[in-house]
Design a protein around this ligand. Structure first.
Ligand code: SF4
Ligand code: SF4
Length: 382
């Protein structure tokens, strides 16, 4: 039996600016949407689910996550119903529903999201204050502020936290979409084959190139989106290399000849180059989106949810403080470099702890959705 939620459209409405009651189902938005296909009418299918209160259908639709909010449907809507904004708000709603205990709701409320960020920042600052060591003021050394053991343990705890929460929420989403995505009378072998094939289509098409986004007309937005994503990837690689260098490759150098032969300084040089490239392209993308949201010269940027602002501000400040650390190191101002390092760690902590519930969560859910969507397409093509 199909369960309905009569308040669905009202609840989604709280998470975005659209006027879907104005919709008279003309289909113009579906005709123009570059992602709409014969069997999957975007965004009209999601509009219908939302208006009819078909919450289970909405949450079990991989199609909800295909859209990057290019805004073409909103521009073409003769009733100014802003269907693109509905898609965005419905994804925020899905993030709340997939989250453990609905905890993501906190990060989509203006007051609660700001309060929770202040609390998280205080926790991070207190942690730094309580575990800080006497500073080496002759030159900047991150392990002079916090010991290697502390950073190593804190990193492991945060990585385990992200992995566990992402896994549990991913399973929750999978349980929602599996019936619609995996149903059908394929043999077990054909299912496995299609799942592997669709996984690689998702990996190379969506993760590496955001192929779907390319279908939209706004190439500047596509480039900015890619730069934010690849900026993060490169900065993550740089942080890992720097960590390996500073930790002497996790202390394995003494035990294995092959690791002893590696010139450890290369890790530091590579980390620097990759980090600077990642930081520059990441800051370009985030400032582009901040600028667009300020000037509001595009339909997609006319309305900004508090979660959009928090995400963009946190990543911009995280990258900028990273650059400032380098500037203070190169200008031989170790004390300022330590202060900036502490502030940088607070922003990074905030980003990591909130990641499974905010815009970062889009990435994980989108990948699962695209994987099963590609699976559905392979199944239908038989
Ligand atoms: S174009 Fe506007 S009015 Fe027409 S179906 Fe889409 S949202 Fe409704
Ligand atoms: S915002 Fe773009 S991709 Fe999303 S439903 Fe509208 S036209 Fe399609």
């Amino acid at each position: 039996m199909v369960r309905t939620n009569p308040n669905l459209i009202k609840e989604i409405k709280k998470l975005g600016a659209f006027d879907i009651t104005a919709c008279y189902s003309c289909g113009e938005c579906t005709a123009i949407c570059p992602l709409s296909e014969n069997n999957f009418e975007l965004p009209r299918m999601m509009i219908r689910y939302s208006i009819l209160g078909l919450e289970d259908k909405l949450l079990s639709s991989p199609q909800l996550w295909l859209c990057y909010y290019c805004g073409e449907c909103s521009e073409s809507c003769p009733r100014d119903a802003d269907p693109g904004a509905l898609m965005m708000a419905a994804r925020r709603y899905a993030i709340i529903k997939y989250s453990l205990g609905g905890i993501a709701r906190i990060f989509y409320s203006k007051v609660m999201s700001v309060v929770s960020l202040i609390i998280l920042s205080i926790i991070a600052a207190l942690g730094i204050y309580l575990f800080k060591k006497p500073l080496d003021l002759t030159k900047f050394n991150p392990f002079s502020l916090l010991s290697y053991e502390f950073i190593h343990t804190a990193g492991l705890v945060l990585a385990a936290y992200i992995a566990i929460v992402a896994l549990l929420q991913g399973i929750k989403m999978y349980n929602c979409i599996k019936h619609s995505a995996l149903e059908g009378n394929l043999s077990a072998g054909a299912k496995v084959k299609n799942l592997i094939k669709s996984f690689f289509i998702m990996l190379f098409g969506e993760v590496l190139a955001e192929r779907r986004y390319l279908k939209c007309d706004r190439k500047n937005r596509y480039i900015a989106h890619m730069t934010v994503f690849w900026g993060f990837v490169l900065m993550f690689i740089a942080t890992t290399l720097d960590y390996l260098k500073n930790s002497n490759i996790l202390g394995l150098r003494e035990s294995y000849e092959i690791i002893k032969a590696i010139n450890i300084e290369i890790f530091g040089v590579l980390a620097r180059i990759i980090g600077i490239i990642g930081g520059l392209i990441g800051i370009y993308g985030s400032i582009y989106f901040i600028y667009k949201r300020l000037v509001k010269d595009d339909v997609y940027s006319e309305y900004s949810h508090v979660s959009d602002w928090i995400f963009l501000i946190l990543i911009s400040l995280g990258i900028l403080t990273g650059f400032l650390i380098d500037i203070f190191i190169y200008t031989n101002m170790p004390l300022l470099a330590y202060v900036m390092f502490a502030i940088h760690l607070i922003f990074v902590f905030d980003l990591i702890v909130t990641a499974p519930f905010t815009k970062f969560a889009h990435l994980g859910y989108r990948l699962i959705a695209v994987w099963f969507y590609e699976y559905q397409k392979l199944k239908l093509s038989k």
